[in-house]
Design a binder for this molecule. Structure first.
Ligand code: SF4
Ligand code: SF4
Length: 387
């Protein structure tokens, strides 16, 4: 059985968070467990979620308090700690400064890696992708500890430990995966392969305040008051997704693929949950994301027509849009889906949905949350959904 530690943590008080993470390590085996995870003076990389340059208290990114608490614990095991990520848009150094991670890193002598240097790697026993270009720092670390936050996601439904390593693919190379493997099934296999490439060793999932609704960038906070820790990424995500209302982990594409591919500890019955009772920490009325559904039906015309009808589309709230054009820059299907059009003296993105692959990169990276996944009027009229 895969072991996962589940902790109740009421808020982001640094001493409290450190105490809880120490308790989690204790449940998993204490000092001996950490020593086996982090051999003496090994090269350790922390991989927080730095989706974009956000203020310290933002729920879009990993809390700097989690980051600092983890450093306080692991610095007794190695002096060779660094951190890094490649945001979906913009500069990673700016993101690290604004989120507050850089100040903390300086305080403890933790190095920053901008994830600008790539390395080419082959993964012979892949599920799908054999040839990879990933961050050299991530690949060359001896131990990679991922620090994701629990958030909703229109394409992945839930984002946590497995998906957080997508930031080890540098910059705009991420967009190419959305066009190469647009279906959730293959995208999930790609993520599982990527975690093998960078050899993610351990996950500490920040669920103290999770993001609900229009995640992973524009949702609202939910005080879930939890931390989930473990070596098995599928097990950590299975527990994390159950906490926000996914009673069946197979409703999360990455977990379904993990189970189909032979990963252990995907189903809750196969996970030894140490610490708190999971039922007591489960969210009530958590707002899930509006989720994309994948299917093929007959020929391309029928598939496209039905997809337009029964899967959500990127929908623009013109009142929020600041005409920054970022959505058109990050869309992996450019040119062809988003064009900027003028209307009443202002420019807005215009979506050609027949070419849209519903990756929701535009929604994920819009700086003001002006794009939401929404069902078409026809879908709502035909009651394919309620939103
Ligand atoms: S929708 Fe968002 S990303 Fe696109 S132009 Fe408007 S504000 Fe910028
Ligand atoms: S319009 Fe948005 S959802 Fe559609 S392909 Fe472009 S980024 Fe993806």
């Amino acid at each position: 059985m895969e072991k996962v530690a589940l902790l109740k943590c009421d808020n982001y008080d640094l001493d409290l968070v450190e105490k809880k993470i120490r308790e989690g390590f204790e449940l998993l085996g204490g000092d001996g467990f950490i020593k086996s995870l982090i051999p003496y003076n090994s090269k350790l990389l922390l991989k927080p979620n730095m989706l974009s340059a956000e203020p310290r208290d933002s729920i879009v990114v990993t809390s700097p308090v989690i980051f600092e608490a983890v450093i306080r614990i692991i610095k007794d095991y190695t002096d060779n700690i660094s951190f890094g990520d490649s945001p979906g848009f913009g500069d990673s150094k700016r993101a690290a400064l604004k989120i507050g991670l850089m100040d903390i890193a300086d305080k403890y002598g933790v190095k920053f890696d901008e994830f600008k240097e790539e390395i080419h790697v082959r993964l012979d026993d892949s599920l799908l992708i054999k040839s990879w270009n990933v961050s050299k720092a991530a690949y060359e670390s001896d131990v990679l500890i991922t620090l994701p936050r629990i958030k909703t996601h229109a394409m992945a439904h839930y984002t946590g430990a497995i998906k957080n390593q997508f930031g080890c693919v540098i910059g705009t190379s991420k967009a190419s995966f959305h066009t190469r493997v647009p279906e959730a099934e293959n995208f999930s296999k790609m993520l599982l392969d990527l975690n093998k490439v960078v050899n993610t060793s351990f996950a500490i999932l920040d669920g103290i305040v999770a993001m609900q609704g229009n995640g992973p960038k524009s949702g609202t906070p939910y005080n879930l008051k939890t931390i989930v820790m473990g070596k098995s990424l599928p097990s950590v995500d299975s527990v994390g997704s159950y906490l926000i209302g996914y009673n069946n982990p197979l409703d999360i594409p990455a977990l379904k693929e993990a189970l189909n591919s032979g990963y252990k500890g995907v189903l809750l019955n196969d996970i030894d949950i140490l610490g708190e009772n999971i039922e007591k920490l489960k969210a009530v009325n958590f707002k899930k994301a509006i989720e994309r559904k994948d299917f093929t039906f007959g020929n391309n015309f029928l598939t496209n027509t039905l997809r337009n009808l029964i899967t959500p589309n990127p929908w623009l709230n013109k009142d929020k849009c600041i005409s920054c054009k970022r959505c058109s820059e990050v869309c992996p299907k450019k040119p062809g889906v988003i064009s900027m059009k003028e209307e009443n003296g202002k420019i807005y993105p215009d979506f050609k949905l027949t070419n849209c692959i519903r990756c929701f990169c535009c929604q994920e990276l819009c700086p003001v949350g002006a794009i939401e996944p929404k069902y078409s009027l026809a879908a709502r009229a035909l009651k394919f959904n309620k939103r």
